[in-house]
Design a protein around this ligand. Structure first.
Ligand code: F6R
Length: 249
């Protein structure tokens, strides 16, 4: 049975095939609109996506020189050069390999006045005309960005408390013995839903339940991903494992 959602599903046999398809989709968006405003995500899911996008950009000469980007989130209190900061992740996996101008590759400024940074981030997104293409991963608990269960669907960029399960999932990104910060700045769900197009990427069996709750169940704040049912233009790129629960209907 197909899910009761407007979202389109593109299902692939392997996570590498998912990564290549997402990379092609982003590249086509930037080629057709060089001034694209990209909403970017981090996490393990996106490591092969950025690798594929960098390879494709080099092979096809795709330029990001006129594009801008806004990442979804950043840990509060980590300096940008901390190896587990999302700024560092983006530099390593994407920014340093492409010609996206550094002053238009934005992440929340989460190492100073966080409340002021949230307002500034919303203003910066609006000043660029809003996000054209928003990339999202999903947490096992259904979180999108760092909007944990209970986050309102109309929330704006804000400081959020990470749940123990999210902290546990991300501990391996930190140097030995270091625990992730308990707080992050994240675009709100309301901010995310204003993007003109959303691409959600999910790979592996660990995401199957969150994907099914997001797209088969009645939207509810206990599963932030279910807010995506309200958006008119969502494409889910996933592998067979992540799709398994939806395939059962
Ligand atoms: C990352 C983000 C998170 C991740 C999610 C999945 O910027 O906002 O929502 O997309 O936690 O992470 P991985 O891909 O590591 O399973």
């Amino acid at each position: 049975m197909r899910p009761m959602t407007k979202a389109q599903f593109q299902v692939f046999a392997t996570s590498q095939a998912v990564a290549e398809a997402v990379a092609s989709h982003i590249a086509e968006a930037v080629q057709s609109r060089p001034q694209s405003v990209l909403g970017l995500a981090t996490g393990k899911t996106f490591v092969p996506v950025y690798a594929a996008l960098v390879a494709l950009s080099k092979a096809k000469g795709i330029s990001f020189a006129e594009a801008s980007s806004f990442n979804l989130d950043e840990y509060v209190g980590l300096p940008p050069n901390h190896p587990a900061s999302f700024r560092c992740y983006m530099e390593e996996n994407f920014f340093r390999h492409v010609d996206l101008p550094a002053d238009r590759a934005m992440l929340p400024e989460a190492h100073g006045d966080a409340a002021a940074a949230c307002l500034a981030y919303e203003a910066a997104i609006a000043a660029r005309g809003g996000v054209d293409l928003q990339l999202l991963g999903i947490g096992r608990n259904g979180h999108i960005g760092f909007n944990e269960p209970g986050a309102p669907f109309d929330g704006r960029t804000q400081v959020t408390q990470l749940t123990p399960s999210t902290i546990a999932a991300n501990t391996s990104d930190f140097p030995d013995g270091e625990v992730p910060p308990p707080e992050a700045i994240t675009m709100g769900i309301g901010t995310i839903l204003e993007a003109r197009e959303i691409v959600l990427v999910a790979t592996g069996a660990g995401k199957a339940e969150a994907l099914a709750r997001s797209f088969l169940a009645t939207p509810a704040v206990d599963c932030p991903g279910s807010a995506l049912q309200q958006h008119p233009h969502v494409t889910v790129f996933c592998d067979d494992e992540a799709y398994a629960e939806i395939a059962k209907g």
